[in-house]
Design a protein around this ligand. Structure first.
Ligand SMILES: Nc1ncnc2c1ncn2[C@@H]1O[C@H](COP(=O)(O)OP(=O)(O)OP(=O)(O)O)[C@@H](O)[C@H]1O
Length: 325
């Protein structure tokens, strides 16, 4: 992401509806001179979703996020928040977004609590009770009277999130929220994001930690060179291609037999000795019946899945090749 730093939230101004489209970008484009940083991007996020926004370095994620936060203007295209046009009503709509972008701009010489007081004073209408609630939400009560200078990176990140939550925003935009966190901090951040979504918030977040994204997101939007290359539910994206993972004794003998079948030419053994194979008529039941009849009863048989990392790299590579053609 860029070096831009912001931790912000603004005032909540209205209820949101069930199944509401919280964010929609339509042909959103941003150019810097001749370079197209974001290229006709169409994204849609519904209330209650946690959407992972992925892409290699320089793909256009930060530029997109900065446009959604009203920090830079699109060259072309539109952004609608809660069904209303951002360009026409920024003062009404931006208060409903809380954002944590890169390292939050905190006052290091003040305590954690005084930071929230200071941001609360800028936003207006933030009560002491709200500050208590937000401190508890991010698990910083015990350290709230310590100066932020003494905080770990993970604690600063959580305080940044507390600032973003101060005014109870409907949509949270988090740019690399796990940035600099240790494994325990990453788990805490994941649980916190789950709790926030269970409370009715919607989250769009960027990350380079694909295993983390796979665990946390309901949906993933991938961009490359400013263009959307995938926008799918995690299960759809990681679903295998009709192959099965079979654990059985005599895997090698079963493989030899399967490879003689018209449907089984692509079968192989993985590094742990499991049999990875297509199935007759693409059905797990048919494969199981075949193995039983052939005298190779399977101990287990499950549809193969791909991990997000494999999917991500194949998407980015195939997209780059298309671009080069
Ligand atoms: N202020 C700017 N002036 C000129 N070019 C810019 C500016 N900001 C971003 N760009 C260019 O726009 C493209 C997209 O950058 P952006 O920071 O949005 O990518 P990103 O997906 O956030 O990358 P990363 O994962 O590295 O943070 C890059 O080619 C970048 O060099």
């Amino acid at each position: 992401m860029s070096n831009h730093s912001i931790a912000t939230t603004m005032k909540n101004t209205g209820p949101i509806q069930e199944n509401e489209i919280v964010l929609r970008t339509s042909d959103l484009t941003r150019r810097y001179g001749d370079r197209v940083a974001v290229n006709q991007l169409n994204l849609e996020i519904q209330r209650g979703e946690i959407v992972g926004f992925l892409g290699p370095n320089g793909a256009g994620k930060t530029t997109t996020i900065r446009m959604i936060l009203g920090l830079i203007k699109p060259t072309a295209g539109r952004i609608a928040l809660f069904g209303r046009d951002l360009a026409s009503e920024p003062a009404h709509l931006l208060p409903r977004i809380g954002a944590l972008v890169e390292m939050p701009a905190l006052y290091l010489h003040l305590t954690g609590r005084d930071n929230l007081r200071a941001f609360g004073a800028v936003f207006g209408g933030v009560s002491q009770q709200r500050i208590d609630a937000v401190m508890a939400r991010v698990g910083l009560q015990a350290r709230q009277k310590d100066r932020v200078r003494t905080y770990s990176l993970g604690m600063k990140q959580r305080l940044g999130l507390a600032v973003a939550l101060l005014n109870n925003p409907d949509l949270l935009i988090l740019d690399e929220p796990a940035n600099g966190l240790d494994p325990a901090g990453i788990v805490e951040m994941r649980e916190l994001m789950h709790r926030l979504v269970n409370e009715g918030k919607t989250i769009l977040f960027s990350s380079h930690l694909l295993a983390e994204v796979q665990q946390i997101c309901t949906r993933v939007a991938v961009i490359n060179a400013g263009k959307l290359v995938a926008d799918k539910k995690i299960e759809e994206l990681t679903r295998g291609q009709g192959e099965y993972v079979v654990q059985l004794e005599q895997a090698r003998a079963a493989l030899a037999l399967i490879q003689q079948q018209s449907w089984g030419k692509k079968a192989y053994l993985d590094t742990t000795g499991k049999l990875i194979t297509p199935s007759p008529q693409d059905s797990g039941r048919e494969l199981s019946a075949f193995l039983f009849q052939a005298g190779f009863p399977p101990e287990s048989l499950t549809p193969a899945t791909q991990n997000l990392e494999q999917v991500f790299f194949s998407l980015i590579n195939s997209n780059s090749q298309k671009g080069a053609e």
